[in-house]
Design a binder for this molecule. Structure first.
Ligand SMILES: C[S@@+](CC[C@H](N)C(=O)[O-])C[C@H]1O[C@@H](n2cnc3c(N)ncnc32)[C@H](O)[C@@H]1O
Length: 288
């Protein structure tokens, strides 16, 4: 499956994430799906983020979710009426003063479409496009001073088309997977378990994703396997994660991290863990 941009109808355009998101899988999506099952019923993605993997495969029947309510509301607003989101967005000025004003507004005090426009605006104009919140859930990234387009209307239209009829929810991953059935497939991309001496990014929500959540995720995966649900999970290449999934199939994947608190881009290895045998076990590389 390769991304295709059509000049004829927007519905054929392959959507791209409309926001930059820490841990986003845009660069890896094509490689990851080589390891996905060829056939499945409903597709679940409970750590949706920017949605790069979903946009790559665009399954007809899907449940997409994330615990970040503002992010999920943005997808829901685009699904309902992308044009209103776009119109609200392009009206906001890219100045430090406006940025600070928008940042100070409680997103849940404005209507859904304005909230979505604020989310995309802050993501595009904040420093390094890094969505990060404080303990009270307030967005706290400084102004980035970039002169770039906030949104590509063709892409927003393609995003909206790709999520028509899709269930999108702001819930914790465990709740999102409660109704999975035999033959469904779940792609899991949680905030990665922290490397020793390396500060992984994990402030997507007011709750940090901690070691206890990784244990909880492992037991949810165990339950999925028991039900006959296929799953694949991306996570850090650490002894802790390897020990949690010792019974499953594990492959190493070279991956590039774009947002890293210690340095700029650097190459590291991460894991793709599956509860099914992957047909193609060749090493995959970003430089191919
Ligand atoms: C690594 S990012 C996913 C990136 C995504 N695959 C992409 O390509 O953009 C992890 C996501 O998990 C979400 N998250 C954190 N805690 C969660 C929880 N308890 N339940 C569901 N989602 C959660 C974060 O808001 C974040 O969007």
């Amino acid at each position: 499956m390769r991304p295709q941009k059509s000049n004829q109808t927007l519905i054929n355009m392959h959507p791209k994430p409309f926001i930059k998101w820490a841990g986003g899988k845009q660069a890896l999506a094509q490689k990851l799906i080589d390891y996905f099952p060829e056939k499945f019923n409903v597709y679940y993605e409970p750590f949706l983020g920017g949605g790069s993997v979903f946009f790559y495969i665009r399954p007809k029947s899907a449940l997409l979710s994330d615990y970040n309510e503002w992010l999920v509301n943005t997808f829901q607003a685009i699904q309902k009426n992308w044009v209103t989101v776009y119109q609200n967005l392009v009206e906001i000025e890219n100045t430090k003063e406006t940025f600070l004003h928008v940042r100070s507004i409680d997103p849940f005090s404005v209507d859904l479409f304005t909230r979505a426009a604020y989310f995309i605006y802050l993501n595009k104009t904040c420093f390094r496009g890094l969505f990060r919140v404080n303990k009270k859930g307030g967005f706290n990234v400084p102004y980035g001073s970039y002169q770039r387009r906030y949104a590509d209307p063709d892409n927003l239209h393609a995003v909206a088309n790709s999520i028509q009829g899709v269930d999108i929810q702001a819930v914790d991953f465990e709740m999102a997977l409660g109704n999975t059935k035999k033959g469904d497939f779940v792609y899991l991309d949680p905030p990665y378990y922290k490397f020793g001496g390396y500060s992984d990014f994990n402030r997507y929500t007011d709750q940090q994703f901690n070691e206890g959540d990784h244990y909880r995720l492992a037991s949810v995966c165990y339950e999925l396997s028991r039900k006959g649900v296929y799953w694949a999970q991306s996570n850090s290449n650490t002894p802790f994660i390897r020990s949690l999934y010792a019974e499953d199939s594990i492959i190493e994947i070279p991956a590039r991290r774009e947002i890293n608190l210690n340095s700029g881009a650097r190459n590291i290895t991460e894991l793709l863990i599956t509860n099914y045998e992957v047909a193609n076990k060749m090493q995959i590389s970003l430089s191919e």
